[in-house]
Every structure is written in C-alpha cells, then in structure tokens.
Design a protein around this ligand. Sequence first.
Ligand code: NAI
Ligand SMILES: O=C(O)[C@H](O)CS(=O)(=O)O
Length: 477
Amino acid sequence: MQTFEQQKEFGLFINNQNKVTEQKLNVLDKYSLEPIAQVAHAGKNDVEEAVQGALEAFKIPLSPYERYQILQKAAARLREEQEAFANLLVKEVGKPINEARGEVSRSALTLEIAAEEGKRIAGEGVPIEAAPGSENRRAYTVRKPVGVIAAITPFNVPLNLVCHKIGPALASGNCVVLKPSDATPLVALKLAEIFKKAGLPSGRLQVLTGNGAEIGNWLLENNEVDMFTFTGSTSVGKYIKQNAGLRKVTLELGNNSASIVHHDTNIQAAAKAVAQKSFNNAGQVCISVQRVFVHQSIHDEFVQHLRAATESIQVGDPGKETTDVGPMISEEAAQRVEDWVEEAVQEGAKVQVGGRRKEAVFYPTVLTNVTEKMRVSYDEVFGPVVCVESYTEEEESIQKVNNSDYGLQAGIFTNDLNFALQAAEEIEVGGVIINDTPGYRVDHMPYGGVKNSGTGKEGPKYAIEEMTEEKLIVWNR
Ligand SMILES: NC(=O)C1=CN([C@@H]2O[C@H](COP(=O)(O)OP(=O)(O)OC[C@H]3O[C@@H](n4cnc5c(N)ncnc54)[C@H](O)[C@@H]3O)[C@@H](O)[C@H]2O)C=CC1
Ligand SMILES: O=C(O)[C@H](O)CS(=O)(=O)O
C-alpha cells in the first residue's frame, strides 16, 4: 500500500472513495516549480455525484457527541502526522517549514475548538407568555444545520482555512462539499483521508479538485447546495454572492491591512512586529501588514528599524529550517508584485530594501514616500511589500486607515489609551488589534471583515452560528 507521499496521482474524494478522472491537474512544488503530483479534474457529473452523496449522508443521523469524537480523532491524527503535513505545505505552498508546522498545529486546534463548540449548540427560551393573551403558551428556539455546504478555499493557508470550514460545518451536523484551491489541493485530500480514518461517515465530506470557476458554477447551479462559505479574492466572492440566490453566503475576502505607529510606542519593537507580519508566508496573508502610518516625528527612526529587521530576514528554500520567507505561489504572482512596485517607484515611491525578484521569489520590500493613489497602497498586494506613510494628527491617521475599500483588521501601536480606544471605535474594520499588528489572529476569535473584505464571521463558535438556522417552537398548552 502506497503512502500518501508516495502517491503521484490522486482522485476526487467522493463518498469516502477516490475517484480518478481522465482529465488531470498538475500540482507544482512552488520552489523548484517541478510537478509533484496530479489530481483529478472534476466534471459536472462528479459535482452532482458529490452533492447527492452529501445530501444522502445528511439524512443519516450523526449525534453531536459522535461529531465531537470524530473531530477530536481527526485533530489527534493531524498532530501525529504534523511533520508529513508540514512537508506537504512546504512543497504545495512554498511555506517555510517552521511556519508550515505552525499551520498544522493551529489546524488541529481549530478542529478541537470546533469539536467543543459542537457540544454547545443551543437555542434559547423565549418568554412568549409575557404577551397578553399568550399566558398559556411556551416557546423556545433550536439551532438546526443548514444541510449541504459548499466550501471554497484559497491557496495561502490551505490546511487551517479548510479546517475553519470543515470543522464548524461537521460539528454543527452539516455535510461539506469542499473545493480547495487548484494550486494547493493535496493537503485537503490528505485531510479527507484523516477524517475517513477518524470514522466520518461516507458523504459527510466530499473533496472536489479541478478548475475553480467551473466547479464553482456547477455548485452555484445545484439547488441541493444550501450554503456557500468562501475564502478568497473579493472579485470571486462578489460573483458567488451575486449568483447564490437566497442561499446563505459567508465571504472571507481581501484586505490591505493597516497599522498605525504612534510616537509614544517602542519603535524598534513595533518595527520588528511589522516586519514579521508583513513578510510571513511571503506576504500572502489577507491580514498581512501592507500600509503603515507612522507619526512624522518618528518616521525616519521607524524606517531605519524596519529596514534592519527586513534585511535580517532569511529568504530562500522553504525546506530549510533557517528560511523565514520562501517563494510566492507562482512566478506570475511574483511578477505582478514586481510590476506594482516598479509602478509605485515611477510614481515617486522609494525602495528602502528589497524590490527585486528571482523566479517565484520576491524579496521582502519596504517602500517609503508612498501615497494613497499608488496601487501598492490602495489595492491588495498579497505579497511581501509594506508601504510606509507618515501622519501628523491622530485623526489624520484614522482617516488614512479608513481610506480603503477593504475592512478586515487593523492595528495600532500606542500607549495613549484615549487614542487607542478612539481608533478602535472609529476604524472601519472587523477587528482592531491594539499594540500589535492587524496580522494577529487566534483560531477561536471572531474573524471577518466589512466593506470589500466580506460578510460573516469565522472562528468555530461564530461559523457555527452562520452554518445553522434558528427555529422557533411555540407550544399552546
Ligand atoms: N479573509 C480571509 O480570511 C482570507 C482571504 N484571502 C484572499 O484570497 C485571495 C488569495 O487567494 P486565491 O486562492 O488566489 O483567491 P481566488 O479567489 O483566486 O481563489 C479562491 C478559491 O476560489 C476558487 N475560484 C476561483 N474562481 C472561482 C469562481 N469563479 N467560482 C468559484 N470559485 C472560484 C479557486 O479555485 C480557489 O479555490 C486574496 O485576495 C486574499 O485576500 C486569503 C486568505 C484568507
Ligand atoms: O487571513 C488569512 O490569510 C489567514 O486567515 C490568516 S491566518 O489564519 O493564517 O492567521
């Protein structure tokens, strides 16, 4: 029996079986750019078979405690196989090995949190008897799973962001048809095998690999799909929302995360934190620090510390323990970032460090003299680039942060409690991080944005609320 790592060809995961297809998709090692495996390319019939299998599975009861046990077993197996999963992330994403181990560890925690939250799903008592004429009635609500959930996920955190959808969906009694990114399908298929070994009944989790737009449309056309949960670009998210009809949709979309650095903070510590969260995962994180607004009195000192922190970053082979930043997801993605940086320089921006590319590697880049009219500032770079601008007044810094079509998370470094709480109140985002960067996230917190950053919240407790319907029951005694 071949191990997963020895396999070179993978089928669709439908009804706990592997189904090969004639058409196949190459999966590349993102550093060597060599093919490492082939996955199936789902057709319309495969999508229909997967949805039908999920629908049939949904009709077979699976108790909350059984769901809890399966999720806990899956989390435990994930921890046992941490190194194998981490090595797969190194190859599929180009994620440095230490960062990859961190993603596997967080993924197991996400499943464990979902398992626990699955035991706490409840409605509430409704004091309907308080209404005149309803003295003899009693009422309460219950939360019911929506049914078949289509989950579509991005390439950058392809294990934990899948767990953030599968975990709460299964915990709340739903069935999931997962479409992972066509750039990083293997880790999702490996996770599906973990769930099968953990005893997840056939059809509760289906994994379809192949072309996102094709599979997405076939899922949107299928009326047996009850909900869409999407993490990815704003453009695709808008398309899904526009075509989902009256079905539930949660969208975790793009961002151009901002950080305010005030004159009363520890400048070197802030610069180190900004460097870490501007360049981890090669900046391919939607809460990656992209815009930094520094008080004009400390601008030059901050830039000096940020340069030093950036220059100490080890760039190269993601398989090496010493590497901090590896390649981007593709040479095309790195080329795009290079073009945007060159455009900014032509418009007056100054490269303090970085600004160069080697194949799919784009070197961590700090830009100054940036304005909000430059694409590297107003659009989502989704790459290892951070833009520094200065401000004079506190209100001005808040206005600069809010001058964005996005609104996922923002950060502010200051010891001034009034300014911190004013910023927390006035910045238009889903989450404000005081004395750290917007890149802060732990897996049980509510996570989701406003404006073009999406709708709905993730974090197992909050995702479960999105993935269930509250039903009122009134009893006329
Ligand atoms: N808010 C959040 O939590 C996160 C947001 N993102 C966002 O994701 C983007 C980067 O990830 P990508 O994978 O490049 O995003 P993407 O939007 O290109 O693809 C995301 C997923 O959608 C699929 N897809 C593509 N076209 C589709 C269509 N027409 N219908 C249905 N599905 C389709 C893809 O195959 C993939 O599985 C960035 O914009 C980033 O901000 C990434 C991670 C987390
Ligand atoms: O937003 C993302 O890209 C990820 O959700 C950030 S994290 O979950 O990897 O912290």
